[in-house]
Design a protein around this ligand. Sequence first.
Ligand code: GUN
Ligand code: ZN
Length: 442
Amino acid sequence: MTQTAYRAQLLTFREDPAHAADGAVYEADGLLIVEDGKVVAAGAYASIRDRLSPDATVQTMRDKLIVPGFIDSHIHYPQTDMIASPAPGLLPWLNTYTFPTERGFENPAVARETASFFIDELLACGTTTALVYCTVHKQSADAFFTESEARNLRMVAGKVLMDRNCPEFLRDTAQSGYDDSAELIARWHGRGRQHYALTPRFAPTSTEAQLEACGALAQKHQDVFIQSHVAENTDEIKWVESLFPGHRSYLDIYDHYNLLRRRAVYGHCIYLDERDRQRMAETGAVASHCPTSNLFLGSGLFDFEKAGESNMPVALATDVGGGTSFSMLQTMNEAHKVARLTGHHLTATRMFWLATTGAAQVLELDDKIGTLKPGSEADFVVLDPNATPLLARRMARTESLEELLFAFALLGDDRAVFETYAAGKRVHARESRRTAKLEMAA
Ligand code: GUN
Ligand code: ZN
């Protein structure tokens, strides 16, 4: 295979910038060499240009910044069409918009078409890996994985488990949920770049029998992911207390059913107490912080300070359609403000870590994605500091890496994503998507 190389600014991480001042590595004149879908080398142009093979193609884009592909640790693909639906809080939003919308995914054609648009949108925002909720219908998971596999993306997804407290048309049973999940694991988990996630929606919509069955399946498949929601909203928490009396906390319910472990990812984690955070840290379960969703639904403020003190693993997420943007840059923007409201200063450098290498580490995918290490899969984003007139003006005055990344996070969105690559192949080009849209409109 011939090499393709990209001469641009490069951002990678050697460790969490919260723990090491030199955690971020920035090359003003960098080179990324890719061959066969994998990174051959990445670093200063002057030091690695001798690694270029004589027939390598070198694309020069020195005004652009290459970063590892973004990782969105919690998103619902069936909620694409109901993003920005108004409701006074989580539970009415679920009943009014979410459940009726998810009903449509019984139809494989709806699922396929939505999965395709959803993936286009992720890639347009520079997100190359996401932890994705499908609906209760197993065909919704088949449709998502089929689309992801066709584009050779590393994705994690699962059919929702839900056997009570939702409309009849969205219910499975403890047995059918177990059987369908087992069938989907057999079909998709470890096939190419696909991973399965056992997906009990949240404790209120599963019976004890279903959580028990899910825990049993998780024990059988130690390397599958688990994803759910916890401690998002005060009304939800009261409801959970009435449904599961006798548990120390909401999180304790998942603990009881053996659903806390590495590769278990819990959306929101706003109202955890100290003991809960310790359990997350001890078990390696990951808190997925979804700031645009938490602000939109008025759910509450995630506490970065306490998360850091307890060493609870954390990643960032959009939570579309509760979240209001597919963009991890816009997610950083809101994460910064949520942190400010709790008295914490969350740097842009740390937010880029949390959306790339940090997420890959806590998800145990860092041998494959989230870095530009030699041998890793070439999933990366090319960011454009001149994407909009305002961004260009602000960028012209930035005086440090932190200021540059901060401007991307606060002012950037899909317009700032010039190109996106997955396994070395270009899977999004901003200009061709714009042109395609114009052609469709004409
Ligand atoms: N809790 C249970 N289901 C959902 C969902 O779809 N979105 C959000 N934000 N919270 C949930
Ligand atoms: Zn969610």
